[in-house]
Design a protein around this ligand. Structure first.
Ligand SMILES: [Zn+2]
Length: 346
């Protein structure tokens, strides 16, 4: 496979392969239609050796987009030494697969170790930024140029309306009244840098119109998660301010969900954002943590920033300062820019 832009040979290969792929799909549908009639089809299909060419595993469609037709398993991914490695079929979940050898070259290889199948992509010659997206038949890896220009970013200001979030003890500051101005200022900075921005809310209201004060916000969080997924962003960030039952706890925490589809990228983003928040705000480092919040269960790489403790007297005063939203938005912008390797961020 050739990853270079404007390569006609690749385009032609893609067309030929698309035809083969369509035929293979038809064949597979017929095969499945027959096998599903068997009464006890408990036998797990044996993985087919690469090159036997029954079901296309890899479909080269557009430049910088690799479609992977995975029949059963969710892939798990990690980046090691400039290589992306996906576990296509974890042990115990064997499935029929094959790949077109013509689509494998030094950039891409598939290897099998026992029942596990791995896809490895050399990232060296590709644009530096990529993400995984679900498709009808599996997943696609999409490579993007570095920089914020044209990137789709979701901003999720925590709480709102009938859900104030945490409430400061000394000034009575409401969490929802700090998260929104930060997100609005961050949107302006991102749009100025050429990004497209989606916000889960732009006013003092929840997404769930049925919510009543003191009731569960789970339906609202489900709506947030779904609205972020529907926008299909390249990156999503939720903004919150932390709280604890005692007033002494203070500092910065950044969360991501390692089990999400792009968890391995979310971690990279969390590291950049956390670093810049610490640099800018000069507060205690409470670390980067694994969390499974609903807004972190989205398909895009997603981070939740807990910016200072509203329950701490000193930090509540910082959060209440008129210039705080601007300062926090600039820090988040620099962190997101660093993640997208945009030189305008520093
Ligand atoms: Zn919150």
């Amino acid at each position: 496979m050739n990853f270079r832009r404007g390569d006609n040979n690749t385009k032609q290969k893609a067309r030929v392969f698309f035809l083969l792929f369509t035929l293979a799909c038809l064949g597979l549908s017929l095969a499945l239609a027959f096998t599903s009639r068997g009464a006890a089809a408990k036998e797990i299909p044996r993985p087919v050796r690469i090159g036997e060419n029954r079901v296309p595993l890899l479909q080269w469609q557009e430049q910088f987009t690799l479609n992977i037709n995975i029949l059963s398993a969710m892939p798990s991914c990690k980046v090691v030494a400039n290589k992306l490695e996906m576990t296509l079929y974890p042990e115990g979940d064997q499935a029929l697969f094959s790949a077109e050898e013509q689509f494998l070259d030094q950039n891409l290889s598939v290897r099998q170790a026992g029942a596990e199948v791995f896809l490895t992509v050399e990232l060296g010659n590709l644009p530096p930024f990529f993400s995984l997206r679900p498709t009808d038949r599996g997943y696609s890896i999409q490579w993007l140029e570095a920089g914020l220009k044209g990137k789709r970013i979701a901003l999720d200001p925590g709480h709102g309306g009938t859900d104030p979030g945490a409430v400061g003890r000394h000034l009575g500051l409401l969490e929802k009244d700090v998260t929104l101005p930060i997100a609005l200022k961050l949107r302006a900075l991102l749009e100025k840098a050429g990004a497209e921005v989606f916000m889960t809310r732009t006013t003092d209201a929840l997404l769930d119109p049925e919510h009543r004060q003191g009731r569960s916000v789970r339906p609202d969080l489900l709506l947030r998660r779904d609205s972020i997924d529907a926008y299909s962003p390249d990156f999503s960030i939720s903004i919150h301010h932390n709280s604890w039952k005692t007033g002494d706890v203070q500092g910065l925490e950044t969360y991501y969900n390692p089990g999400s589809l792009n968890g391995f990228l979310a971690k990279e983003a969390a590291v950049e954002i956390h670093r810049v928040l610490l640099d800018t705000l000069q507060r205690r480092d409470r670390g980067i943590k694994d969390k499974k919040d609903l807004v972190l269960q989205v398909k895009a790489p997603a981070v939740l920033a807990e910016i200072l403790y509203i329950s701490n007297k000193e930090e509540e005063a910082l959060l209440a300062a008129p210039d705080f939203p601007e300062q926090a938005a600039k820090a988040l912008f620099r962190g997101i820019a660093a993640y997208f390797q945009d030189p305008g961020g520093e």
